[in-house]
Design a protein around this ligand. Structure first.
Ligand code: NAD
Ligand code: MG
Length: 339
């Protein structure tokens, strides 16, 4: 296991007298800014002039400036805007305003790993990456808890980059849960692989195949949705809580026997692993990053057509209809909220 840090290892007072600029006020941005403010830090939010979020951040009691002004004001500049626009915003509004001894921070390593952002030598570069969505980073903090975080230092110009990073993570509440040390390199590559091969790519296609097989065999789409999609969350919650053993304990022995017999039939291990290795290789050699950067430069034609195609898939239409008619999926209920 890599090195872990807890609250006792993080000195939040190291941020005393330091100004923290949070660039962006989306999922992560609002949570980092609010948590740091509530931890007593001097925070401002950097936004585009005219941004819808400007009023929301001010209403939350936060100082708001343009991205360029915030970058100039801040000693620590945390970039929490969409990964695919970071390089452009960095070049235009942030880089010219970085001073020697400042710290540049990220919650994901993509732009550093693939050299879309190349920070000047004199600044610290660290990662403080909560392993959960922003609303959870906020709600856990308010509940006196925290979301576990990854910490990484890419550039330690001042010699104090770890101190700053760990103090920052304490400020957003992450140190209450635990902080695992990694590198920008490993965080980026494992994050991309996990979402592509398993979490988003793998799971969505697995559910889609199961749904289509049942519907094409003449079963009702509603049944197919329940069995292949709706129940996914219930199963995964059990795995998350107590491992596969707890999931198998909770389902019937018939289901567990079927898992052993049919799992390897639909996921042929050696072949699937070979395909996953090819996905990993594209991540490691920059092929995937290059394609994604080009896709964004070219107006996202492929991305948008895929998104539209999926929205029209029967499983999505049936799911939306069923959710509307079920007493389930209330976003206010943490057991059923969709994200
Ligand atoms: P988000 O889409 O929720 O928010 C992005 C914010 O950036 C929005 O407020 C948007 O208005 C703003 N923005 C977009 N373009 C801009 C521009 N040109 N200038 C100024 N502001 C602009 O994004 P997020 O999910 O909070 O992700 C932020 C970072 O956190 C990313 O690096 C992401 O990889 C990382 N991260 C996200 C999660 C997560 O679960 N959401 C978890 C860990 C790390
Ligand atoms: Mg991710």
């Amino acid at each position: 296991m890599g090195k872990m840090y807890y609250e006792k290892d993080c000195d939040i007072n190291y941020l005393n007298g330091k100004k923290i600029a949070i660039i962006g006020y989306g999922s992560q941005g609002h949570a980092h800014a609010m948590n740091l403010k509530d931890s007593g830090c001097d925070v401002c939010v950097g936004l585009r002039a005219g941004s819808k979020n400007w009023a929301a951040a001010e209403k939350a009691g936060l100082k708001v400036m343009t991205v360029a002004d915030a970058a100039k004001w801040g000693d620590v500049v945390m970039i929490l805007i969409n990964d695919e626009v970071q390089a452009e915003v960095y070049k235009r509004d942030i880089e010219p305003n970085l001073e020697e001894g400042n710290a540049l921070a990220f919650a994901h390593g993509f732009n550093i790993r693939y050299q879309q952002i190349v920070p000047p030598k004199g600044v610290d570069v660290f990662m403080a990456a909560p392993k959960g969505p922003g609303h959870t980073v906020r709600s856990q903090y308010v509940a006196g808890k925290g979301v576990p975080c990854l910490v990484a230092v890419e550039q330690n110009a001042t010699g104090n980059a770890y101190k700053t990073a760990l103090a920052y993570i304490a400020g957003i509440g992450g140190a209450r849960a635990g902080v695992l040390e990694t590198t920008f390199h490993d965080e980026t590559e494992t994050d991309l692989f996990g979402e592509q091969a398993v979490l988003c790519g793998g799971v969505v296609d697995l559910m889609r195949c199961g749904f289509e097989v049942l519907v094409e065999a003449g079963y009702s789409p509603e049944n197919a949705y329940f069995e292949c999609i709706h129940e996914m969350k219930l199963i995964i919650d059990l795995v998350n809580k107590g491992g596969v053993a707890m999931m198998n304990y909770s389902v019937s022995d018939t289901a567990e026997y079927g898992e052993y017999v049919s799992g390897p039939r639909v996921i042929p291990h050696e072949e699937t692993k070979a395909r996953m290795r090819a996905v990993l290789s594209d991540i490691q050699d920059g092929t995937f990053a290059g394609k994604w950067i080009a896709e964004n430069k070219n107006g996202r034609t492929f991305f948008n057509s895929k998104r539209l195609q999926l929205a029209k898939h029967q499983m999505e239409e049936v799911g939306a209809e069923l959710r509307k008619n079920m007493l389930w999926g209330d976003d206010a209920d943490p057991d059923t909220a969709s994200n």
